[in-house]
Write a protein that binds this ligand. Structure first.
Ligand code: DGY
Length: 318
């Protein structure tokens, strides 16, 4: 008899086929994301769980899963899972690192350029028939080339963002508790500074950190007040790293020039004030959303799940 696994959501057919060779699959059907009560009921006889970042896998669910060997998250971030508790029960938790690095760095750059050059506003302007001729001062934005980029969190994605910044001849500073080696600093042309110095001196500040107790509201009113008036804040990591109310206020009062967000504090809700402002670009958490990358994420999660149910240490155990 094959081991049984629970999938909180449907996946691409290629990933389903892979899992089906090794396990019997049951799906959650009560919604997207499914109700917690459904996960609790269905997890009882399962050896594996494959979930998305929208599923909160807490103590109650883990306690209901007496046979569970692995929780495979289809995301690189895993703040939606009580990892410590799962580990204490001998359950592997896995993520999908690496496969989404470039895609997320690309989207970071799309946001930097979209905010700096006011692309959504310019698009609306054109569609609304307001383009009546070239004007010297039409929709003026911020120069990107040659400016300073501050990268908060110099992990895989932060480093991929830095590589792309070299094409824009930017000065790159970063803050991270773990310094890069001097060889890496040369490769990424990046210089480590304190968070405070980064905020005070950078023209663009981009966040690439995991969400945890230390990074929750890392950027709030005080930090925003340190930033330059012309600065732009980009967040493609996790929403609660930024105090969204404080950001909306800073943007409204023009204490900073603009922001680009792909993630929110209370997803899928977006702070009402942000939606009224023109100087923020709002995306629906699509950092890794290329066809190729999302398939790779699903396949990576499926492989982690299979390794876990077979009693092997999964390649991407966190
Ligand atoms: C992740 O994998 O953590 C991303 O947020 C998905 O885009």
């Amino acid at each position: 008899m094959k081991p049984k696994v629970l999938l909180t959501h449907d996946l691409f057919p290629e990933a389903i086929e892979l899992i089906q060779k090794e396990a019997d699959i049951e799906f959650c059907t009560s919604g997207r994301p499914p109700q917690k009560s459904e996960i609790i009921t269905k997890i009882k006889n399962k050896q594996g769980l494959l979930c998305l970042l929208v599923d909160q896998i807490d103590k109650e669910i883990i306690d209901a899963a007496s046979r569970l060997k692995v929780i495979a998250n289809c995301a690189v971030g895993y703040n939606n899972i009580d990892v410590e508790y799962a580990r204490s029960k001998g359950i592997y938790v896995t993520n999908t690192p690496g496969v989404l690095t470039d895609t997320t760095a690309d989207l970071t750059w799309a946001l930097i350029l979209a905010v700096a050059r006011r692309l959504p506003e310019a698009d609306r302007f054109s569609r609304e028939g307001q383009f009546t001729g070239w004007q010297l001062d039409l929709l003026l934005g911020q120069e990107v080339t040659g400016k300073q980029l501050g990268i908060v969190g110099m992990g895989r994605i932060g480093r991929a963002v830095a590589l792309r910044a070299q094409g824009f001849q930017m000065k790159i500073v970063y803050s991270d508790p773990c310094p890069l080696s001097s060889e890496q600093e040369r490769k990424y042309q990046a210089h480590r500074v304190s968070l405070e110095e980064l905020l005070r001196t950078s023209d663009f500040v981009t966040l690439h950190l995991p969400l945890n107790a230390q990074t929750h509201h890392l950027i709030s009113s005080r930090e925003l007040s340190l930033m330059k008036k012309e600065a732009i804040l980009i967040n493609v990591s996790r929403g609660p790293i930024v105090d969204e109310k404080a950001l909306a206020e800073a943007l409204e009062k023009r204490e900073i020039w603009g922001a680009g967000l792909d993630v929110y504090e209370r997803e899928p809700q977006i702070e009402a004030k942000l939606k009224q402002l023109n100087n923020v670009v709002l995306l629906p958490h699509i950092g890794s959303a290329s066809r190729e990358t999302r398939l790779k994420m699903a396949l990576t999660a499926a492989k982690n799940l299979i390794q876990g149910i077979q009693g092997k240490k999964p390649a991407n155990a966190v």
